[in-house]
Write a protein that binds this ligand. Structure first.
Ligand SMILES: C[S@@+](CC[C@H](N)C(=O)[O-])C[C@H]1O[C@@H](n2cnc3c(N)ncnc32)[C@H](O)[C@@H]1O
Length: 268
């Protein structure tokens, strides 16, 4: 019998573990501090992190509201929450939709949502829920990516995927950027009753070990996985290495700007 993962009882890494190991350092980790700053979290605060994923921002909040603050993380995805729970067992983790949260009204001093809003089935309803569970005087702080056009690496990657694999595949990579237009973001916030939210564009960077790694994460660690097969992946790496060399440093590592909006709304 050949020795392979199946015959040696080895499980492959879950998508959530890949997300945590690669995507969080490449794109998300650096935003946890600024988002907690924007929320103004203090010792003793009760904080909710909506769409917490593997908990990068939730753990940052927990480091700030010690010694007697409450921190809860909520996500619809059980795989993400399993990683979050293993990394921080003392935080309360909830598997739930953001659109219908299992908390009483006026339960939290701060509600965070880092790069989740653009994926919600009903973003307006989710924002209304965030407002419902927030205490008067508390803050909602959320981040969404700026438009793909302002993130040069992603603008080119989306164009290349569109050219090679068509609109459906390209749309999967466009999805994280759909609330990047300031007016579109403002309209969603206003519709949910969060008028007067402060919006700031903040600079950040995407960082990958190489162009191949960047493509691997976007294709294998994201919703494109079922749309591009192994041969397509190799073709995409070859084309990206040819066309996107300007994003790579002499050691092959890739860095390009990936700005985001941070919105803050204070409950009157
Ligand atoms: C890009 S990840 C961001 C995760 C985390 N905030 C971070 O910064 O690493 C988006 C997260 O939104 C979650 N999500 C998407 N739709 C959701 C919904 N309707 N309710 C709750 N979570 C949702 C996904 O499961 C995923 O964990």
């Amino acid at each position: 019998m050949p020795r392979n993962a199946a015959t040696t009882g080895q499980v492959t890494k879950s998508a959530a573990e890949i997300y945590d190991e690669f995507f969080v350092p490449a794109l998300f980790g650096e935003w946890a501090g600024p988002l907690c700053d924007a929320a103004g979290i203090k010792p003793g605060d009760a904080v909710l992190d909506v769409a917490c994923g593997t908990g990068a921002t939730t753990r940052e909040a927990a480091a700030r509201n010690r010694p007697n603050g409450r921190v809860a993380g909520l996500d619809r995805n059980s795989g993400m929450l399993a990683v979050a729970q293993a990394k921080a067992p003392s935080i309360e983790w909830f598997e739930s939709m953001a659109e219908d949260m299992p908390f009483d009204a006026n339960s939290f001093d701060s509600v965070l949502c880092q790069f989740g809003l653009m994926f919600f089935e009903d973003p307006v309803q989710a924002l209304q829920e965030m407002r419902r569970v927030l205490r008067p005087g508390g803050r909602i702080a959320l981040s969404v990516w700026d438009s793909a056009d302002n993130s040069p690496g992603y603008a080119e990657m989306i164009a290349l995927i569109d050219e090679m694999f068509g609109t459906v595949a390209a749309d999967a990579l466009r999805a994280p950027f759909v609330l990047g237009d300031r007016a579109a973001l403002r309209a969603v916030l206003d519709k949910a009753g969060l008028q007067g939210a402060r919006l700031a564009i903040c600079s950040g960077n995407a960082r990958f070990a190489s162009i191949r790694d960047w493509v691997r994460m976007d294709v294998r660690g994201w919703t494109l996985a079922d749309l591009i097969d192994d041969a397509g992946f190799e073709e995409l790496v070859a084309k990206a290495e040819e066309r996107m060399v300007r994003f790579a440093a002499s050691d092959g590592s890739v860095t390009f700007p990936a700005p985001a909006h941070i919105a803050v709304w204070t409950h009157p």
